[in-house]
Write a protein that binds this ligand. Structure first.
Ligand code: ZN
Length: 86
């Protein structure tokens, strides 16, 4: 009876990592919708579904604005919103 049973650690490393290839969508803003508007003031309520939120008014100061609630992207149409009479 040899009490000293030496256990040999397996030579095969246990680091068998299965890399999960997360297929990221091509668009960087996944799920975000893009709306082209003609007015610099946009009223957004998120629409239907989980992204719905109280209506807020977004002001397009440059060329586009992103709703902080639902990440909708509003892009001002070319030739629209020229506030020359400001
Ligand atoms: Zn919104």
């Amino acid at each position: 009876m040899h009490g000293n049973r030496r256990y040999h650690a397996p030579a095969v490393p246990l680091l068998k990592v299965e890399y999960q290839m997360i297929s990221a969508p091509a668009s960087e803003n996944s799920g975000a919708e893009i709306f082209h508007v003609d007015d610099r003031t946009v009223a957004c309520d998120g629409g239907d579904g989980a992204l719905g939120h109280p209506r807020v008014f977004l002001r397009i100061t440059d060329r586009d604005v992103v709703c902080p609630y639902c990440s909708r992207h509003y892009i001002l149409n070319d030739g629209a919103g020229h506030d020359t009479g400001h």
